[in-house]
Design a protein around this ligand. Structure first.
Ligand SMILES: [Zn+2]
Length: 110
């Protein structure tokens, strides 16, 4: 007699990355303060979700599907999240530049 035992696969097993936004929301909700200047007088903080560390790096990126080629979106990153965020953008081919925060000069019109 053959008896099939299904391997248990509780849904909660896949919840480990629930805090991360899917790529199609990239640039939409990942850094809600981007389009408003309400926090401009505060110390710039890392763009990583939930991170409140001060920004050390500027990651310039462009999504060719929604941005013109010369358009640059920017994320701020602390020392700890620079690699994580640049990898996130890098694997999608979005990452254009990583510049030290104090050397960053936003392109005109940005
Ligand atoms: Zn961070």
């Amino acid at each position: 007699m053959t008896y099939f035992v299904r391997a248990p696969h509780p849904p909660s097993e896949r919840r480990t990355d629930a805090g991360q936004l899917p790529p199609w929301l990239l640039g939409v909700a990942f850094f809600p303060s981007c389009e408003t200047n309400s926090v401009s007088d505060e110390t710039p903080v890392c763009s990583a979700k939930g991170c409140r560390a001060g920004a050390v790096w500027v990651l310039a990126w462009n999504n060719p599907k929604i941005h013109t080629p010369e358009r640059r979106k920017t994320w701020l990153a602390c020392e700890e999240h620079r690699e994580h965020l640049s990898q996130f953008l890098g694997v999608r081919g979005f990452l254009k530049d990583v510049v030290a925060f104090e050397e960053w000069q936003a392109p005109e019109g940005a």
